[in-house]
Design a protein around this ligand. Structure first.
Ligand SMILES: [Zn+2]
Length: 281
């Protein structure tokens, strides 16, 4: 079944497998998480949204569709923002700090709630405020047993990937720790349908504030550290494609195909730097 998913466009795979309508969302999620157990670039939510609405990001689209899927027919939910896509200036410029006195405000709390909703709807394991068109330094992240179960066990073990509860970090500051680095494929909800290898530090320390303004500090390693670095980069206007290993960029459908000759294989490195022939930072 995995090879069918890998080789066919999603729509074709879906037709072939005759996925029941009610299971579509989870099937999409399974396909994308199965691919690399990472940030699902082309998500069920975005696919449905594009099919139903199309158009540019930031516009709030009705959630009648998702309300139908998740909450029963006829239940109305407040609209969630669309995910902003690469090319929008808000994704390529540094975001501003949230004034501490504003963290508790209705406006900031609403932004945070929207971010959590958008991340879970996608579904994704992380989101930065610029990805919903808000140029503020706020990130949310969450990884679950269910998401991780979609990835092959040997892959998620190599990635040092473990579930963690929802984290909201306002004005994060990230410090890379140690010299160990890891090279794995990642994707981004703002760049649908693609993946590329990115070198990340294996360990990071992040300080910042909770959504209630309490100071917080997180020591993180493995996949969670990767998510933190990916989301933190968003706040500086950096996308993962700005720091990929050249020649590893590919469509989701081609993710499992062999790497070009000369590319370093995925994994963890003790080296201070991955050879420059396979990495540009
Ligand atoms: Zn991203």
């Amino acid at each position: 079944m995995a090879s069918i998913h890998r080789l066919l466009p999603i729509q074709s795979a879906e037709t072939l497998l005759r996925i029941p309508r009610a299971l579509k969302l989870y099937s999409y999620a399974a396909i994308f998480f199965h691919k690399d157990g990472d940030f699902p670039a082309k998500s069920a939510g975005s696919v449905l949204q594009r099919l139903s609405h199309g158009g540019p990001g930031r516009r709030r689209t009705p959630t009648r569709i998702s309300a139908g899927w998740f909450s029963g027919l006829g239940v109305k939910k407040e609209a969630l923002p669309d995910i902003v896509k690469a090319g929008d200036p808000v994704l390529h410029e540094p975001a501003g700090e949230v004034p501490l006195e504003d963290i508790g405000s209705d406006k900031i709390q609403k932004i945070i709630d929207d971010m959590i909703g958008v991340m879970r709807k996608a579904p994704g394991v992380g989101l930065a405020a610029p990805q919903i068109g808000i140029p503020l330094r706020i990130i949310v992240l969450e990884d679950t047993k269910e998401y991780i179960s979609y990835g092959p066990k040997d892959e998620t073990e190599a990635q040092d990937r473990h579930p963690f509860d929802l984290l909201v970090i306002v004005n994060p500051k990230l410090e890379k720790k140690g010299s160990k680095r890891a090279l794995f494929f990642e994707g981004c909800l703002s760049i649908d349908g693609f993946r590329a290898m990115v070198e990340r530090h294996l360990q990071v320390e992040v300080t910042g504030y909770s959504r209630f303004g309490q100071p917080m500090k997180i020591d993180s390693s493995g996949w969670m550290a990767r998510i933190l670095q990916h989301e933190y980069d968003h706040l500086d206007g950096t996308l993962y494609v700005d720091k990929i290993v050249p020649r590893t960029f590919r469509t989701v459908e081609n993710l499992d195909l062999p790497l070009p000759v000369g590319c370093t294989k995925a994994g963890v490195s003790n080296q201070q730097e991955i050879p420059s022939i396979t990495f540009q930072g």
